[in-house]
Design a protein around this ligand. Structure first.
Ligand code: FEO
Length: 397
């Protein structure tokens, strides 16, 4: 049976949830699943705001049909061409052949790239500032390039003051019957997934998110309808403030994130000794992860969150232990910046990890490295404790 929810009298959620998916984009674990949101607007004309992933195609199509309740679909607005939202474009065109596909020039190009055999009979090319009247509802198109693909646009519906925000303001996590932010405990239950979604999916594009936030600030927004996760109608400030902070690469908390790699436990032991000294010197907010155990997407979210980071790694093949190399390169790729960072290397005969870690960190923006890098040979020695105390003092300064 169809499963939809009313957003307002004229707007309905017709998305679907996937709790079988192991990894979003085949990269990021989603133990709480994910929702693919889509919305139907009923007015003199009908409009569908994006489609959904192929994994939920049957349910999605059933939902659209149920809400249209015998009416035809006049417009399909394509805000984003990543396949988790565009996978049912062909099915929609086949089912409603008279539909007008609405998108910008890049959207149309990507439809051709993904679905070369498909031709919508009717298309409407829009650009920044264009409007489309559905009757009482009016769609205003706002481009949001690189949030997080170049063709992305968001849509402001001026009658009900709703921002259809594409991927922006989305989060991992399937909806559990609940749809709105005032129906859930967002801060306690959803925030970590929201942070992990933002930092890993959109994190690289902070300046572009800032540009979108500036455009949004000029709109009177009562509700935000993203393509993943809950609809925002109550505490919009909560997520807008987080987005502002994340996209400015400003840490949320004063604390120390320790990420270590360890083959036989000796680098781990050194990290434990460092952590204990960090606590001894008064820091209460310490998080510690083994990079071989915890998926990198969680480490990235924590790297955005804290202002101080310690990375400890063995030397491997005269280079860097692979899980740590991946973590640091991912930090760099996602533009993590404005951190104080301490490094510890291990090497039984020729320690090289520190040199490699430094090279990556130095290529990132506004990273303050605690000098000198702590270097251990096989294991941390009692004679190095003074060095550890000084290092921690510098880190916390
Ligand atoms: Fe949810 Fe960029 O797709």
């Amino acid at each position: 049976m169809h499963c939809t929810r009313k957003v307002t009298d004229g707007i309905h959620w017709v998305g679907a949830n996937d709790r079988r998916i192991a990894k979003f984009e085949n990269m990021f674990p989603v133990p709480r699943g994910v929702s693919y949101n889509s919305y139907v607007i009923l007015d003199e004309k009908t409009a569908l705001m994006d489609t959904a992933d192929s994994s939920v195609a049957e349910r999605f199509m059933e939902n659209v049909e149920a809400v249209l309740d015998g009416r035809t679909l006049d417009y399909l607005v394509v805000q984003h061409m990543e396949p988790d939202h565009c996978a049912n474009i062909v099915a929609i065109i086949e089912k409603y052949p008279e539909v007008t596909v609405v998108g910008n020039a890049k959207t149309m190009q990507m439809i051709g790239q993904f679905y070369s055999g498909t031709k919508a009979e009717n298309t409407l090319l829009v650009k920044e500032g264009d409007k489309l009247s559905l009757g009482e509802h009016e769609l205003n198109f706002v481009t949001a390039p690189m949030v997080h693909w170049p063709e992305v646009m968001v849509t402001y519906e001026s009658k009900e003051k709703i921002l259809f925000s594409a991927d922006a303001f989305g989060t991992f996590g399937a909806l559990n019957g609940t749809l709105f932010d005032d129906e859930i405990f967002f801060d306690a239950v959803w925030m970590e997934d929201a942070r992990r979604y933002y930092t890993n999916i959109v994190g690289k594009y902070g300046p572009q998110v800032q540009a979108l936030l500036k455009k949004a600030a000029g709109l009177d927004i009562a509700m935000i309808c993203p393509l993943h996760g809950p609809v925002w109608r109550n505490d919009l400030e909560l997520l807008l403030e987080k987005y502002d902070q994340w996209s400015r690469y400003e840490a949320e908390e004063d604390g120390v994130l320790i990420v270590y790699g360890s083959m036989y436990g000796n680098t781990e032991n050194a990290a434990e000794v460092l952590a204990a000294e960090i606590a001894e010197q008064g820091m209460k907010n310490i998080k510690m992860y083994d990079a071989s155990v915890t998926d990198c997407s969680y480490l990235i979210a924590e790297a955005f969150r804290y202002n101080r980071i310690v990375v400890a790694a063995p030397t491997y093949n005269a280079g860097l232990f692979a899980p740590i190399e991946h973590f640091l390169n991912d930090m760099k790729a996602l533009n993590v910046q404005n951190k104080k960072i301490g490094l510890l290397e291990n090497g039984t005969w020729a320690p090289m990890a520190g040199k490699h870690m430094k090279a990556i960190v130095e290529s990132m923006k506004n990273m303050e490295i605690v000098e000198p890098v702590i270097s251990i040979k096989s294991a941390l020695q009692p004679v190095q404790m003074e060095e550890v105390r000084t290092f921690v003092g510098e880190l916390l300064k």
